[in-house]
Design a protein around this ligand. Sequence first.
Ligand code: AMP
Length: 405
Amino acid sequence: MNFTQFGFDDRLMEAIDAAGYEKATPVQEQVIPHILADKDIIASAQTGTGKTAAFLLPLIHKLLTNKHDPHTINALVIVPTRELAIQIAQHLEGFSYFAGISSIAVFGGGDGNAFVQEKKALSLGAEIVVCTPGKMMAHIKMGYVKLGGLKYLVLDEADRMLDMGFFDDIMFIIKHLPAQRQNLLFSATMPPKIRELARKILHHPVEVNISISKPNEKIIQQAFMVFDTQKIPLVQFLLKTKKFNSVLIFCSSKLSVKQLTRDLKRNKVDADEIHSDLEQDKREEVLSNFRSGRLPVLIATDILSRGIDIDSIDLVINFDAPHDGEDYVHRIGRTARAAADGTAYTLISPKEQRKFAAIEKLIGKPVPRGEVPEFLGPVPEYNPIGNRTGQSNRKKSGRQSKGRS
Ligand code: AMP
């Protein structure tokens, strides 16, 4: 479907052309007409599907074409992380370049200057505000935030926000909004708690499901059965044997991020880390180095598995098994974006085998096994249900096939 079919304002069409978008993505095709028709929406759509433009474009169109007070907050977009807030604000800046829509991103971790700027914008009114829940709640409590004219509320990555414990903050913010408004809820997954949130805040929503619980076909996937102690040497081996330009490695804890980064650096790998212990400035600097290609290897906690869109990543390594199938698809979906191909390696320790079996079930097929180099020694047997002893799977005579056992 072509963007001309939505009947968008010319100023917005100019920005869409400038962004190089030709055809609407499936989520845009399904969601935009309903938003233009003033419907509430509950959409299950993951990052990478074009969901940001799916809500920003119709909101900007509505602000351009409907009478509204530009000196109040007209639309509030609530997101889980500052990285996502910054990214959406950047999209917003691009899309509203020819439209003159005012916007601001409000998120924690900034300095005093940022706070003063946010306070000014929130009290004078910015047409679209993108915020993280905690920081917005703090501003609202101070009493100067102009929310009386609000018409549109977007909750993006709602499942993530609930996982991060933002339910109360979100409800606090919503209590301060006019009851008469259009609500758009986007979530990668639809667990019962999201349904409950939807029941509380949406009015007769249209339901759209673009969930892709299957990995992108372009991604070459491999899983390596290893012992925990073999993980770091295997990562070093994988990074050395094939040339990758931009590598994102996910760990499930800050501790393993720090440990892996230290070990890789010691082995002369140009790597850096990103996690919630870092100051905001440092996080932005690391991300910007990675995004620009100056930093080839980034090691991250799950904070980056969703929402961050960097098109050039050619290898994702799951240093620890992802929590579930959706997380697996999210994480490996950081590669093979746009037109590029990508590779995803997942390292599975014996105690993660059960979780990995569930992931394979969800994605509907086995992930091909990768060869663990012989110098790393015996590898564990793959037996997710019974054998949790982690016995060696390497035949005495030499290599063993890594087909499914
Ligand atoms: P999102 O799912 O919002 O994170 O978007 C993923 C990526 O797709 C971003 O880099 C967008 O700029 C890009 N994108 C969104 N919509 C389109 C479109 N209709 N055509 C081409 N690229 C798009």
